[in-house]
Design a protein around this ligand. Sequence first.
Ligand SMILES: *[C@@H]1O[C@H](CO)[C@@H](O)[C@H](O)[C@H]1NC(C)=O
Ligand SMILES: *[C@@H]1O[C@H](CO)[C@@H](O)[C@H](O)[C@H]1NC(C)=O
Ligand SMILES: *[C@@H]1O[C@H](CO)[C@@H](O)[C@H](O)[C@H]1NC(C)=O
Ligand SMILES: *[C@@H]1O[C@H](CO)[C@@H](O)[C@H](O)[C@H]1NC(C)=O
Ligand SMILES: *[C@@H]1O[C@H](CO)[C@@H](O)[C@H](O)[C@H]1NC(C)=O
Ligand SMILES: *[C@@H]1O[C@H](CO)[C@@H](O)[C@H](O)[C@H]1NC(C)=O
Length: 336
Amino acid sequence: MRSISLFFISCFVALLALPSFGLELLNLDIEIDSSTNQSVSTVYQFPNVGSWIEGIAVRPNGNILVTRTDTPELWSIDPNSHTASLVYTFPNVTSTVGITAIGNDVYAVGTGIIDLSTTVATTGSFVIWKVDLTSDTPQVTTIKAIPEAGSLDGMAYLDRGLNTNLLIADTLEGVIWRLNPQSGNYSVALNDSSMLPAEGSAPIGVNGVRVVGNYVYYTSSTQQKFCRVAVADDGSAAGPFEVIATGFFQDGFAIAPDGTAYIATHPQNTVVKVTPQGEASVYAGNLNSTEVAGSTDVQFGNCGYQVIYVATNGAQDSPVNGTFTEPAKVVMIESS
Ligand SMILES: *[C@@H]1O[C@H](CO)[C@@H](O)[C@H](O)[C@H]1NC(C)=O
Ligand SMILES: *[C@@H]1O[C@H](CO)[C@@H](O)[C@H](O)[C@H]1NC(C)=O
Ligand SMILES: *[C@@H]1O[C@H](CO)[C@@H](O)[C@H](O)[C@H]1NC(C)=O
Ligand SMILES: *[C@@H]1O[C@H](CO)[C@@H](O)[C@H](O)[C@H]1NC(C)=O
Ligand SMILES: *[C@@H]1O[C@H](CO)[C@@H](O)[C@H](O)[C@H]1NC(C)=O
Ligand SMILES: *[C@@H]1O[C@H](CO)[C@@H](O)[C@H](O)[C@H]1NC(C)=O
């Protein structure tokens, strides 16, 4: 049990030069969350440094699906036995990226070619797949290749009856695509300047995407923004693009129905909690900590919103203290 002091703790982080990101972090002056006590434990850690979990989804049976930037593989982690098994290896790509449920134990998975040493993606290499886990053998089929996509990442499912679309973040082009998983039709759904990579930084714009009610929420990594926009049934904007929280690097995230978000901050080695009112606090980790080093994505367990799973890349692209890296892992954080 990690108990957190009730004192106001301000963690003031100096400007850092980050090797692969090449970005200068804003001063991170976010207090530590003291509204709950959290217990933190590692669910599973891969054996090798260099492993990189990018996306996370939780199955109805409680097992955790993870995608990997370092291999074109989808893995399943059993949180009870703390073991992992390979679900599927995708052809002709280097990486699996976004993942989201599109049915009961049926998922969409994004794949593409990404050079891990530079994190530069190959435009034209991205394909979205359907992975059906309802029978003993995974049924894997292509939904659609999106050759115009720059670098696809986070995905969400906007299920509106006749209009069912995957919403897929394109971190390079700075847009969110819509892809109908039945017809394979696709087009740009959302295109706003808040989604573009920040000028002069690594080319990483809109990254995580989730749907809550009538809103699409998204993170924009190098602009360091957490945003939302009300959408129509087809995913197009039906209101203004709103900025909810700023001032920290933002990767994948989980968001509860009330709008409380848990955002992975990747090179900042934390999970930041953002309330529906936009108040940000450090929920887990810190810049010098290995607790959630290189956090890339967050998902809730399937028994309510007290448990989050945090995926990491082991800080391989931005070592803790400039030196420490470790294999990718999934960490469980339970609040009480
Ligand atoms: C957290 O734990 C500490 C020590 O056990 C306790 O004093 C405090 O009241 C707890 N805080 C919350 C919000 O439960
Ligand atoms: C993978 O590449 C091979 C050789 O170029 C090609 O025949 C095959 O259709 C490709 N498979 C997919 C799923 O793109
Ligand atoms: C897909 O696009 C084609 C060509 O634009 C169109 O005829 C068709 O109705 C679309 N299907 C759906 C389900 O939107
Ligand atoms: C997004 O909108 C901008 C401005 O209208 C446009 O220049 C750009 O081509 C659009 N991006 C995509 C991928 O459609
Ligand atoms: C992290 O380590 C640096 C260098 O030792 C130190 O200046 C800084 O205060 C530490 N930050 C946190 C949040 O612990
Ligand atoms: C660097 O990180 C390691 C591993 O977490 C930690 O033990 C050490 O205290 C850190 N050093 C500084 C100066 O923060």
